[in-house]
Design a protein around this ligand. Structure first.
Ligand SMILES: *Cc1c(COP(=O)(O)O)cnc(C)c1O
Length: 215
């Protein structure tokens, strides 16, 4: 049952936060609802969830239109510049900013968004996000785009076998984020959100642990 899975996630979130003296309420749980049906999202909403994460604009539009309006929609997927303006019409937070092209397109629309800069934290080839060394420059150029308010950083990070292996990467992101916007840190997924919370995550993105395996 989704209710049991949610309770367990919330208990683990509390435990992780308290283990480092953090207020559990300072961590936002984003229900990653990509590939899930509208009734599944509605069930999550009925359990009290108000933050949802989607990774494709076209897939998200019918969900945004069908579900109640007090949801905060987070865009967490790869964002092509030519979809960025549309994305800003439906999402209030975009976690995957990594090019000025995206910011230019958002600027042409009429919606303001909160933005997170995606960092390729382990500098992996083929991975999306900007390199840590490009952050200062990108952060400075982003300031000229008034419809995007940069709030902090997001990372996915490398595939690891043991969530403890993510700790140094999460710590690096937290250090980098200190001077960016409000210092939001979107990090941690089903397999490693406790480590992310211990390292300062403000937003965790959880799909499988909440909804079950994706098909
Ligand atoms: C799918 C996805 C998640 C959720 O992953 P789970 O392992 O199902 O929790 C989190 N972040 C991003 C960027 C994703 O694409």
């Amino acid at each position: 049952m989704m209710q049991d899975r949610l309770r367990e996630i919330q208990a683990r979130m509390c435990q992780a936060a308290e283990s480092v003296g953090r207020d559990p309420a300072s961590v936002t749980l984003i229900a990653v609802s990509k590939t899930r049906s509208i009734p599944e999202l509605q069930a999550a909403y009925d359990l009290g969830l108000r933050h949802f994460g989607e990774s494709k604009v076209q897939e998200a539009i019918p969900k945004v239109e069908a579900l109640p309006t007090d949801i905060t929609w987070h865009f967490i997927g790869h964002l092509q510049s030519n979809k960025a303006r549309k994305c800003a019409e439906y999402f209030s937070v975009i976690h995957s900013l990594s090019s000025e092209g995206q910011l230019k397109e958002i600027e042409k629309g009429s919606n303001a968004v909160d933005g997170l800069i995606e960092i390729n934290i382990a500098q992996e080839p083929q991975k999306s996000g900007i390199l840590p060394s490009d952050l200062d420059q990108f952060g400075t150029s982003a300031l000229q785009y008034k419809r995007t308010q940069i709030r902090g950083l997001m990372t996915i990070g490398p595939q690891v076998d043991n969530p403890e292996e993510m700790r140094p990467w999460f710590r690096t992101l937290a250090n980098l984020s200190a001077s960016v916007g409000s210092g939001w840190k979107s990090m941690g997924m089903s397999s490693d959100f406790e480590v992310a919370i211990q390292e300062g995550a403000s937003h965790i993105r959880v799909g499988t642990a909440l909804f079950g395996e994706r098909v």
